[in-house]
Design a protein around this ligand. Structure first.
Ligand code: KMH
Ligand code: ZN
Length: 294
């Protein structure tokens, strides 16, 4: 099945994008794993998320991947706070707001399904279970297919999160069983270097990209030390980029990340060097099939 978008930016997609295609940068600002007490620069309040979002938009991001925290900075999927966050980010920026349906490894399936009720532009949708350090990030087939069907019913554009090769097989099954996502275009994110998932290196990235559905666009992120190898491999292979403090808190050896924006700035500079400057949110919406709900 071909999953090529009808949008002009999407036509430049495919497993290996044209080298002159612009680069979509997603910023994953917060995640669910790090403690604010350990990483004070982590944005956890709505105000901090809005400030970070504005800085990252100015630095070249077009999508924000969002996990929220409660008043004690602990991960939460509280629906009111999720909806407030979506609203605040939409008021402050034109970024595509993508809520995490992965949450924390401790979150229930029901609470993860309910995330869609906050009516974000998009959501992450992890296509299978993966060992996650000492934990297990659970995504059994029944949950994945129900979540996918709900994205279609509610008009939320999913980004398929692929932590391992089996997740790519599950993605093919999902498309074959349920058809195309809302928006009509398949966009994937290779999440590499998670302890328990596929390794974050160029050889693995090339193999994974070759296995994606025809016409899909893709970004990649490398966790921790794999951040830079994956970033450069993704640019070389014509992919898009995800960066952010969810995935790395070390900018260089011995030098902690001070803000999400500096990770976006570095990614944008690398994209410029690759002659693939950053994509605007408007062009990203066209490529991904995300309507503007602002
Ligand atoms: N926090 C991880 C267990 C996602 O956002 O969809 C899952 C995660 C993936 O971060
Ligand atoms: Zn996430």
């Amino acid at each position: 099945m071909s999953v090529t978008s009808t949008g002009s930016a999407g036509r430049a997609g495919g497993r290996i994008a044209r080298p002159d295609q612009a680069t979509l940068i997603t910023v994953a600002t917060t995640g669910a794993e790090l403690a604010k007490s350990d990483v004070p620069a982590l944005p956890v309040t709505i105000d901090e998320l809005v400030t970070t979002a504005k800085e990252c938009r100015a630095a070249g991001a077009s999508v924000i991947h969002v996990h929220i925290r409660d008043d004690d900075a602990r991960p939460t999927l509280d629906l009111v706070r999720l909806a407030d966050t979506v609203r605040a980010l939409r008021e402050a920026t034109d970024l595509i707001v993508q809520l995490s349906t992965g949450g924390a490894v401790t979150d229930s399936y029901d609470s993860r399904l309910a995330v869609l009720e906050a009516r974000p532009d998009g959501c992450s949708l992890t296509c299978g279970t993966v060992n996650f350090g000492d934990d297990v990030f659970m995504n059994p087939w029944g949950f994945v297919s129900e979540l996918y069907a709900r994205t279609q019913a509610l008009g939320v554009v999913p980004e398929f999160e692929l932590f391992d090769f089996g997740h790519i097989a599950a993605l093919h099954r999902l498309l074959s069983d349920h058809g195309l996502p809302f928006g009509g275009h398949v966009h994937c994110d290779l999440v590499m270097g998670v302890p328990g998932g596929m390794p974050g290196n160029a050889a693995t990235l090339v193999q994974a990209v070759a296995a994606l559905p025809e016409g899909a666009t893709w970004s990649a992120t490398g966790i921790g030390r794999s951040t830079l190898p994956v970033l450069f491999a993704a640019l070389a292979a014509g992919g898009h980029l995800r960066v952010g403090m969810e995935d790395t808190i070390t900018y260089a050896r011995g030098r902690p990340v001070v803000s999400n924006a500096e990770l976006v700035e570095r990614a944008a500079a690398a994209a410029d060097l690759a002659q693939r400057p950053v994509m605007s949110p408007a062009d990203a919406r066209e490529m991904l099939g995300v309507p503007d709900q602002r």
